[in-house]
Ligand binder design. Structure first.
Ligand code: SF4
Ligand code: SF4
Length: 423
């Protein structure tokens, strides 16, 4: 039995459930939240502000959508999701203008908001200061209020275990819609308490959410790039509400995850794209396992959104309490090396058990890069080079059309794909 350094007590999974106690072995203790160098976070936020990859990597996004639309079932699912989800996104965009519908009493409403969130089906709810350092440049002027309510909604267990699959993609998108509707209702509830509430749709992100979720004590960042929450690990969809309500902030927690991932490494070993880093690096002022985006996106595009790093995580499958208790008792990672945890099937490739990974052809990882305009110029240069440096009117016209297409593209983030933390 390992020596326990501290215990974390969290509310039970559902309202009325007894609280859960998570033992954190001493050897896994690091810091509450994530190791941070605030001066670096500040510097990067000023000099290299974050931007959504729906803009900066638009060329590969369009490419991936074309590939996914070649899958007949997925194309229909995506069309249906977009149709149903668009009104939720549009409604959320207007919530910042909504006036309160009652007078506030001036009392702290933290518990009222948290209880309502749980009644609406949110699994985790925590509150902290909204940190503008994590706002995308294109959304800089959008966020109005100083506090943020961080919300996580559970994605159903069974379909998630079939990742990557059509069933998992269906539950993935329907969870977003259910969550989006619940978030709008929570916003209206906050209005009824006498305060303003701006709902950030889970499909129209204002920035990378995870740092604020970690600050609000809802989990820690996993090696897979997802937030790992105590009850469901990465099997959650996240959204936020910013507000001017009278509330109390939560604090970051050391769940032991930051160190545990370095022992576990299951997602790193199972990733078909070899896209996850074994070791942590310092990136924009945070210590984390960084993702190789160029090795992830082609797999996500070709294999139903992939998500194998979510499916193979023991914390997703067994919960943090079971995983930590098992580690404390045995020094082993629960489920590691078993087909139950590590096995997966890739459509057209077959089944891969523990220790087995698919091999891809040369060219599998080739994809467009940069935003649409950058990629158009890149193609233009290649074609001009192939023509011996001769720039024809036809080439210029092609470039003009592509650049115009890029400039006129909507910047809506109606995108189900970017799940992994790409900051
Ligand atoms: S989603 Fe990306 S990082 Fe995760 S397992 Fe698939 S390829 Fe790897
Ligand atoms: S699979 Fe293991 S290494 Fe990967 S995120 Fe989960 S706990 Fe961390």
């Amino acid at each position: 039995m390992l020596k326990i350094g501290h215990e974390v007590v969290r509310p039970g999974k559902f309202r009325g459930d007894a609280p859960v106690t998570i033992p954190v072995p001493e050897e896994l203790e690091t810091v509450p939240g994530i190791p941070l160098n605030l001066r670096e976070v500040d510097w990067y936020a000023r000099e290299y502000p974050l931007e959504t990859m729906n803009i900066t990597e638009r060329a590969s996004r369009d490419w991936a959508n074309t590939i996914r639309d070649g899958h007949t079932e997925m194309r229909e699912i995506r069309k249906e999701h977009d149709k149903l989800n668009r009104p939720l996104i549009m409604a959320a965009r207007l919530t910042g203008e909504q006036e309160p519908t009652a007078d506030s009493t001036g009392e702290d409403v933290t518990e009222l908001i948290k209880e309502k969130a749980r009644d609406l089906g949110f699994l985790e709810v925590g509150i902290t200061a909204y940190d503008h350092k994590y706002t995308y440049q294109s959304k800089k002027d959008w966020v109005k209020f100083p506090h943020v309510i961080c919300l996580a909604y559970e994605q159903d267990f069974e379909p998630t275990q079939t990742i990557p699959s059509v069933d998992a993609e269906i539950v993935h998108s329907s969870t977003y819609r259910t969550e989006g509707a619940a978030g709008l209702e929570l916003g209206r509830f906050i209005n009824s308490l006498g305060y303003r509430a701006q709902v950030h749709s889970p499909n129209d992100n204002t920035g990378p959410y995870i740092p604020m979720f970690v600050e609000a004590g809802l989990g820690q960042l996993g090696a897979c790039g997802y937030l790992l929450t105590p009850h469901e690990g990465s099997r959650c969809r996240l959204m936020m509400i910013t507000t001017d309500a009278e509330i109390t902030y939560d604090k970051p927690v050391d769940y032991g995850i930051h160190a545990f991932c370095q022992v576990c490494q299951v997602c790193v070993n199972r990733c078909p794209g070899r896209a996850l880093m074994r070791d942590k690096i310092w990136w924009r002022g945070l210590e984390k396992n960084k993702l190789y985006f160029k090795r992830c996106r082609p797999v996500m595009a070709r294999y139903l959104g992939c998500g194998i790093c979510m499916k193979t995580c023991p914390i997703q499958k067994y919960g943090l309490q079971n995983t930590m208790e098992h580690y404390a008792e045995t020094g082993q990672v629960l489920g590691k090396g078993t087909h139950d945890l590590e096995g997966y099937t890739l459509e057209g490739k077959g089944y891969f058990g523990p220790g087995e990974l698919p091999v891809f052809d040369r060219g599998f990882f080739d994809m467009p890069h940069g935003d649409t305009e950058e990629w158009a110029f890149e193609q233009f240069k290649e074609k001009a080079k192939a023509a011996g440096g001769v720039i024809t009117d036809e080439l210029i016209e092609e470039l003009r059309e592509e650049v115009n297409r890029g400039l006129s593209q909507s910047r809506d983030n109606l995108e189900m794909m970017e799940e992994v933390d790409y900051i």
